[in-house]
Ligand binder design. Structure first.
Ligand code: NAD
Length: 252
C-alpha cells in the first residue's frame, strides 16, 4: 500500500509528466499539475488532478505554483521537476534567448520550486524531490548545448538537495531517460533530420537508437513507474542518485 501524498508535477500536458500525474492518481496521491499549456487542464481533469497554469520560466510563477498546492492541499510532499524543452543548433548559431529560456525552465525553475516547497517538506519531516534529467545529464550529443548544460546542472542541484535534505527527511534523486515516445522527441526527430540531412526513419535508427542495447523508444509509463518508486516510502534510503532508464546507452 502507498501512503497518500500531495504531489506537484510540472510539464503535464503530454509525455512523461502526463504519465506521472496519471500514475500518481492511480496510487491515490493528490496532484497539482503545473503547465503553461491549457491542454494540461483537460489532462488533469481526466484523472482527477488539480491544475495550475504557470509559465515556469517566470520565477514568480514557480512560487505561485507551490503556493497554490499549499492553498489547495495544505502541503507539498512530492515535487517532480519535469517540464522541459529542446532546441537543436550548433553552439556557433545557438540563439542566446533560447539558451536563457532553457536554463530558466530546466534549471532555475527546479531550483525555485524546490526552494518554495522545502519549508512544507521540512515541516512534515518527509519530502521527495524527483528531477527528470536525461541521458544527456550523463553524456553529450552535438547540437544540444543548452539542454545538456541544464541537465548536467540538474544533477548538481539534485546532489546538493540530497545533502541538505538528509537530516530533514527530504530525498532528492534524478531520473535519466534516453529517448521516450513523447511530442518532445517527435519534434527532435524533425530537427535532427534537418541538422543531419537525413530522413526521419534514419534519425530514429541511426541517431536516437545508435547507442541503445534495446532497440526501441521508451514508453512514458515506464519512466512514471521509476518516478513513483523514488517518491515512495520504500525509497527512503535512496538519495543524491541518478537512475538511468536508457536502454543500455551509458553501459558502453
Ligand atoms: P513533452 O514536450 O511531452 O512535455 C513537456 C511539458 O513541459 C509540456 O507539457 C509543456 O507544455 C511543458 N512546458 C514547456 N515549457 C513550459 C513552460 N515554460 N512552463 C510550463 N510548462 C512548460 O516532453 P517530454 O518528452 O515528456 O519531456 C519531459 C521531461 O523529460 C523534460 O524535462 C525532458 O527534458 C525530459 N526527457 C525527455 C526525454 C524524451 O526522450 N522524451 C528523454 C530524457 C529526458
Amino acid at each position: 500500500t502507498t501512503t497518500p501524498r500531495v504531489a506537484l508535477v510540472t510539464g503535464t500536458a503530454s509525455g512523461i509528466g502526463e504519465a506521472v500525474v496519471r500514475h500518481f492518481r492511480e496510487l491515490g496521491h493528490q496532484v497539482l499539475a503545473v503547465d503553461f499549456n491549457e491542454q494540461a487542464q483537460e489532462k488533469a481533469d481526466a484523472v482527477g488532478a488539480a491544475f495550475f497554469r504557470a509559465d515556469l520560466t517566470d520565477g514568480e510563477a514557480c512560487k505561485a505554483a507551490v503556493a497554490e498546492a499549499i492553498k489547495r492541499f495544505e502541503r507539498v510532499d512530492i515535487l517532480v521537476n519535469n517540464a522541459g524543452i529542446q532546441h537543436v543548433s550548433p553552439i556557433e548559431d545557438f540563439p542566446e534567448a533560447k539558451w536563457r529560456q532553457i536554463l530558466d525552465l530546466m534549471l532555475t525553475a527546479p531550483f525555485l520550486l524546490s526552494q518554495a516547497a522545502w519549508p512544507s517538506m521540512r515541516a512534515g519531516g518527509w519530502g521527495r524531490i524527483v528531477n527528470i534529467a536525461s541521458v544527456h545529464a550523463q553524456v553529450a550529443s552535438p547540437g544540444k548545448s543548452a539542454y545538456i548544460s541544464a541537465k548536467h546542472g540538474m544533477i548538481g542541484l539534485t546532489k546538493t538537495a540530497a545533502l541538505e535534505g538528509g537530516p530533514q527527511g527530504i530525498t532528492a534523486n534524478a531520473v535519466c531517460p534516453a529517448y521516450v515516445k513523447t511530442p518532445l522527441v517527435d519534434n527532435q526527430i524533425a530537427d535532427q533530420a534537418k541538422l543531419h540531412g537525413m530522413d526521419e526513419q534514419e534519425v530514429v535508427e541511426q541517431i536516437m537508437l545508435k547507442n541503445a542495447a534495446i532497440k526501441r523508444l521508451i514508453e512514458p509509463h515506464e519512466v512514471a513507474e521509476l518516478v513513483a518508486y523514488l517518491a515512495s516510502d520504500a525509497a527512503g534510503a535512496v538519495t543524491g542518485s541518478s537512475f538511468n532508464i536508457d536502454l543500455g546507452w551509458t553501459a558502453q
